[in-house]
Design a protein around this ligand. Sequence first.
Ligand code: NDP
Length: 332
Amino acid sequence: MSRTGREVRLAARPQGEPVATDFDVATVEVPDPSEGEVLVRNLYLSVDPYMRGRMNDVKSYVPPFQLGQPLDGGAVGEVVASAVDSHAVGDLVLHGQGWREWAVGPAKGFTALAPTETPSAYLGVLGMPGLTAWAGLFAIAGFKEGETVFVSGAAGAVGSLVGQLVKANGGIVIGSAGSADKVAWLTDELGFDQAFSYRNGPVADSLRAAAPGGIDVYFDNVGGEHLQAAIGSLKPYGRAALCGMISQYNNATPQPGPSNLALCVGKRLRLQGFIVSDHNDLRPEFQEKVSAMLADGRVKTAETVVEGLEKAPEAFIGLLQGANTGKMVVRV
Ligand code: NDP
């Protein structure tokens, strides 16, 4: 059956903050699946901060997006045609062909999901950002009951789960975010012990006021001034999980590092970066435990849903500007 669908392409490499004209929406022919392939109608697409790095022509742990080509990324969709026994029409699947209405390809690239009322959760709390929170907090930072954790980007997909995992496991959590509404959501809805807006004054001052006795763990989503403040507040033998540094993703030239790194020596600090895809072994335990916490209300989620494939660039630009509370997704 002949079919067309829309896809979002990279029209220009962003200079600093991405703008609408860096993206194009094109209509293309969608082929029927060949032997061993499936055809999927996408329901939800993920926009994620790491995609900003892929828009630069720089080799990293993921290859750069190509100019004039469709972007890709996490998506959930429904199988509408299948030429393979493992996948049936109607199956819900998770895959990597986001930023487009239809996806077609070898069945092994499409992971079957249990039927659910909330498929977008597999792009957020039960998906890649959720596993990032789990791996960073437990495997990288080695968080233990009774410890005090500071998490930046706390009202986002990763940060909001980090804070709730700390609370569910007997810790104290302080979060920073970019608006009074987000701060209120963290303390009033999610149970953070304290939260502050980093826009209200120096992060170091706000953190010291929130944790006068210091912090044991820093979960870094932001970098820059936040990392410097955390190094100042970490107790001896403190640990930092370096997850992301979103304050620097739009920088055209590298920003100078924290000016207080020498403190890491005397305080015997451990700062460790990590990439979620190295921690797939934790996925079964993570999915089981976080699903149970969602079911009994120990974990709450929020999503900011942008409607329509053509709005995906807007959703991505908004993500970098803080337009989301919880996970930013696009409903196709
Ligand atoms: P979020 O849902 O947290 O969305 C991004 C948020 O970043 C925005 O909502 C905004 O919130 C905040 N932000 C933007 N610019 C700044 C700034 N200059 N200073 C402080 N905050 C800023 O995204 P994710 O939860 O998906 O990702 C969070 C972090 O985790 C990112 O750094 C990402 O790159 C990283 N990550 C790393 C992975 C890994 O494997 N290491 C995997 C997944 C994510 P606000 O309104 O509070 O400013």
